[in-house]
Write a protein that binds this ligand. Sequence first.
Ligand code: AMP
Length: 620
Amino acid sequence: MQGLMQHGALTVDKIIDHAALWHGGREVVTRSVEGPIVRTTYGAIHDRAKRVSNALLGLGIKPGDRVGTLAWNTARHMEAWYGIMGVGAVCHTLNPRLFPEQIAWIANHAGDRAIFVDLTFLPIIAGVLHHLPTVEHVVLFTDRAHMPADFKPAGEAPNFKGLLCYEDLVAEHSADCAWGGFDEGTAAGLCYTSGTTGDPKGVLYSHRSNFLHTLITLQPDVMGLSQKDVILPVVPMFHANAWGVAFSAPGTGAKMVMPGAKMDGASIYELLDTEGVTFSAAVPTVWQMLLQHLKESGGKLPNLRKVVIGGAACPEVIIRAFQEDYDVEVVHAWGMTETSPVGTLSVMTDELEKLPYDQQMPYRLKQGRPPLGVELKLTDDAGQRLPHDGKSFGNLKIRGPIIAAEYFRGAGGRILDDEGFFDTGDVATIDDHGFMQITDRAKDVVKSGGEWISSIDIENIALGHPKAAMTAVIGVPHPKWDERPILLVKLKDGETATKEEFLEFLQGKIAKWWMPDDVVFVDEIPLGATGKIDKKLIRQRMKNYVLPGLAAATVARAEEAAPEPPPPAALAAADGAQAARIYAPEPEEPLSEPPPIPEPEVVEALAHADADAEAEGATP
Ligand code: AMP
């Protein structure tokens, strides 16, 4: 028997409709890409998003067509999101931090027909447009006064019809446009994973999954947002949907503060201070920059109530600095592009909250518990469930209506197990309070003597050393143990340190057999396009590194075997601290391998594989 309730389709246009109707005067403040702070309201965003929809329809965009955005967090970017999604087109957020070749590969794979772009990123588009046969229109997020006089693609782009001015389009079109009216399962957004392994893969969000994700994030033990909040999403809209804030803030009527292109400590602090921000969300590196700025400037955070920190493990120093120096609660969160992205949050349970703060810390450092709407399990490699004892390491798997069921165009094949769970590729433990802790990406775990060592744990503890600016742990080959961990440290400016200082610091804080076999001081720890430590690149740079003890043996063996000198890499490592020299990238080697740009025929074939577009006759 069916229930007898209304079945209003859960489509995201209803979110901005609600914001305009009930919180129409609530402000959205942006540090504009042109420079000045600009102010608008949900009412105006709603009106202008409708105009964007009409402009897109006028350009021939049809339901199911992909429309890209290459842009910072701004009110204009939000208008474009709602304008695209409202008419059933798919908003494809492109990550400008990727190499241009990767952006081109992704835009081709998506088959984007139009791209909205910020002034900052126009050179990227100009450089790749001739490799984008599906792109007909580029809309520049600016006004007439800032339009370039001489825009020209770097090569011939036969399908490109010209650069359009966003503000002109908004002014020229009416705000009278019907939104929605389609099934809630309709695709709304597309975001590619960072692709540290293999080609990038597209996660295709539906209106329903975005709507449900919004409701999930509003739970008090998730983000707990209210219309009284002033929210500053530092997390970019181009990476995992700004953790849903561009939906949840209008969903509650909270004031929004958009940081635009400036994410440095001073710029973020200025907005936190002048706009009275109560809630913010960002990856740990952003908060490190802010805390450093506060220390130098003596700034305070009287309004800030809560920050959600995720995307990478949050170090204890950040949690303590916020709580103890500024009275700001940190909620450590875990998620991924495939999970919309909120997966778990480390919010203290009633029981844990009664403990002294120091005893809460081990739980605050974990990635936390799943909210209603998200199911988790931990399995061994054979798929058998592992106990929630806080010790058993296993593959973290996740299920729910906000989790990807497959990738766009079937990339990667089947991605769910027999119970419908998605394998996150993360290795984790779950304790008896239900707190999940990520111990590593499966490919980054250090496997020593058949046991697993968590690289994340060691690097976070080492980061607590007062001289450390950044730390990373990787496994390096060992003849007896398979792999042993080594610690890479980037010191704070002006500091010097010895290997022994760091090893002593770790004593007693980690198991003896987790102790790194070497400490290598480096000038840089590379970050990938989504702000995470790029371990693939570190491993590539360290491929000639040999552990100090082993290097001596290698040298001896090499000398015994042949009169020629031993390989230079082994020699360099033989005197331990010199290993840093190996770390310097080899100039002849590219730092990463961007996916190749598909040939036009491949793009054609991909475009034709999209049944929707074919049915619409929309494939250019
Ligand atoms: P992305 O899809 O680019 O957002 O990357 C998702 C991945 O980032 C996850 O699978 C984790 O490996 C990592 N990640 C996200 N949040 C955390 C966290 N709080 N602690 C450790 N790793 C995290």
